[in-house]
Write a protein that binds this ligand. Sequence first.
Ligand code: RUB
Length: 412
Amino acid sequence: MRSYSYMHIGEEIDLDAHVICKYRVTTDLPIEKAAEALAAEQSTGTWTGISTLDDDVFRNYGAKIIEIKGDIVVLAFPEEDFSIENGGIPQILSVIAGNLFGLEALHGVRLEDVEFSAGIRKKYGGPKFGADGLRKILDRPEKPLVGTIVKPKIGLSPKDTAKYVYEAGSGGLTNSKDDETLVDQSFCPIEDRTKAVAESLDRLKEEGHRMVHAVNVSTNGDRIIQLAEDAQSWGAKQIMVDVITCGFAAVQALAEDPAIKVPIHVHRTMHGAFTKDPLHGISMLPITKIVRMCGGDALHIGTLGTGKMTGGEGGDHYNLEACLKEDGGYRTVMPVCSGGVYPGVIGRLIQASGFNVQIQAGGGVAGHPGGVRKGAMGMCQAVDAAFAGIDAAAYAKDHPELKEALDKWGIK
Ligand code: RUB
């Protein structure tokens, strides 16, 4: 029985014909042994030698260890290991982020980054609208988009949801959204909510203000397309998908559905289960790249160290870059910065993010002493101040709504 080495360090390989994955590995084994275990398990091997593996199979389909540096192992998977037409992202993830996390021999493995082969990338269309398309819809060419999440996240009636959206729009916000746990509960049926919110958006438009609201259509795979098309027929100007709970394939199906003509807002709830631990799981960077490939138009990427959700040291910056950088012809994705955001952090947040972001606040709007409309005004004033390069406290001197927010929550 032949033994095979997956070690190809220093050898020339056609990177365009491989999927390149970067793993952070924590193990008591020699790192080379750990790398071999990873490469074998995710391609043509297992925990012991097997009589059924021959030279051709190994040469054609074995993963290659192309770099080992400290605790980082870089593997190259031949493009032939992937089944794109019938397999898609689910099968890709089974290869690059599958059994390996459970290998006893490794204390921790974290998929830090992935680069897809040219042949795979050309099978994905990317965003239909992207950041520029959203800006066009909202007629907001340069400033950060500024939005809210309707709070409480559950419990409001369709009428009260629509009222919240109208107040938020009247206060100047460009975006609002359902929160991740609201879909079609009895207290707020999706059809009634979508129609009521559409009326608020139409009223705002008649008053000269453009705004979109993302309706959460996260549901079973056999229903999500129909629910999204229904939501669009009820007046939804944007749909939202919880990508981790629904699956990347759901985002792709919606983006590729010719009947869906509105942007897709992608929420990442549950991501913390595998992005939070710096030594085990999957960083948000591969998630961001896959969402862009699949066609998400806007994606939560974290608050670059200013909000309530942890993004890891520098992690969120990589996500921001992965949304906006030139990437093989894909449209950009609007990076969404949300989670514990309030007017007092906007200055630092925009300093870190730049202007090409969508900033969102739930509590930071609904918790304003003056109510939703003044909360919206406070957020917009904080964004205007940062956009003009003016300190929030100075700007607040003649912007009372911002001053009230700073008095309540301070400046971070
Ligand atoms: C934020 C909120 C979002 C979180 C998700 O509400 O409801 O679901 O941003 O986190 P609030 P992330 O503004 O009241 O904190 O954006 O990191 O995925």
